[in-house]
Design a protein around this ligand. Structure first.
Ligand SMILES: [Zn+2]
Length: 343
């Protein structure tokens, strides 16, 4: 079987595991004959076998552009090999992460277990205790695109094949698809954290509060942990933990106060200058999302619940700054990704 066939199979498998990838998050790539085939922006890894989701990018022109810090590296559209490209899609906004490795295969995931460490202020020290047998590096949070690529290039040694991206996720690299899968499967277990059980939520109270509000209670039981597990709520209300949250769900969460409607709770955050949250948490009751929420929004809500369930009360959680939040919501490449039809 060709490496591309194997990459598609691994992409679909990783993309179907919500503890590794949620919605259009995460991406994979394969370098062959001077071309890097990278997941297209806005497509879902889980569709890798049934749809064409890989875009060919010329490696040498991209690497020289990275070398001179060329703003064209923000979208990488200039480096798409038109002669090979069958899709009218852009390469992933994380194309430069993949190009920074010399390895043939790169897999980037928004692994829940990794994120639950990567959102800590002391992430690098805590991860060092768990990843001592790996050739790994920690990269502090930078906006995906050129700022992240610059930071990765500072920290990457020629033999580094595992990266943990602060407030973001995990990257593994190898010479073959099989070796990349093997490495991914070895890195995740030492990062596993205990997920607290989710107490029962109050569906009838939520339905009453949601009546004629344009919001609906989430169908996924685990998601309500954000409202009924005290520690999850304390940690999640601190702010936005990673980029895909703000991209799909706005800034952090809105915690509904007595006498408020869900919409007013969300607008209260928006009035403070942050991108209005979609996710409304009713403490002790459960979680509401807009009734027209997309599958991506539901997947990202589950992601936050899964991360928050693994955080302990004393965890020194680091959230994105207002500047980080606005850099993501005002970024052209992200606007393009969000504008793509929901899968
Ligand atoms: Zn990512």
């Amino acid at each position: 079987m060709s490496e591309m066939t194997l990459l598609k199979a691994l992409s679909a498998k990783v993309g179907a595991n919500s503890l590794l990838v949620q919605a259009a998050g995460g991406n994979t790539s394969l370098k062959q004959d001077g071309v890097m085939w990278i997941k297209a922006s806005g497509t879902w890894l889980q569709h890798a076998q049934e749809r064409d989701i890989f875009v060919p990018v010329g490696i040498d022109p991209l690497l020289s552009a990275l070398e001179r810090d060329d703003p064209a590296c923000e979208t990488c559209t200039d480096f798409v090999r038109g002669d090979l490209n069958r899709l009218a899609l852009r390469p992933s906004i994380e194309t430069t992460v993949h190009a920074s490795f010399a390895h043939k295969v790169v897999v980037h995931v928004h692994c829940i277990e990794t994120i639950s460490w990567a959102v800590r202020d002391d992430a690098e020290e805590r991860l060092a205790e768990r990843l001592s047998g790996f050739r790994w590096a920690f990269v502090p949070y930078r906006r995906p695109g050129l700022p992240l690529a610059r930071e990765i290039r500072k920290r990457l040694k020629p033999d580094t094949d595992v990266l943990v991206l602060g407030n973001h996720g995990l990257v593994v690299a190898a010479e073959t698809v099989a070796a990349a899968e093997d490495l991914l499967m070895r890195v995740v277990p030492p990062l596993r954290r205990l997920a607290r059980p989710v107490p029962a939520h109050d569906l009838s109270a939520l339905e009453d509060l949601a009546q004629a509000s344009g919001y609906s209670p989430c169908a996924d039981r685990v998601v309500h942990g954000l409202a009924v597990d005290t520690v999850s709520l304390i940690q999640a209300r601190k702010g936005t933990l990673y980029p895909d949250h703000i991209v799909f769900l706005g800034a952090g969460i809105a915690v509904m106060e007595a006498g408020e409607t869900p919409k007013l709770a969300a607008e209260r955050i928006g009035r403070a200058g942050r991108p209005e949250p979609k996710l409304v948490v009713v403490p002790g009751k459960g979680v509401l999302l807009p009734s027209d929420a997309t599958p991506a929004m539901h997947a990202m809500t589950r992601c936050l619940a899964d991360v928050a369930q693994r955080l302990e009360p004393a965890d020194p959680v680091r959230v994105l700054t207002l500047e980080d939040e606005l850099a993501l919501t005002n970024w052209d490449a992200e606007k393009y990704r969000q504008a793509l039809p929901a899968a």
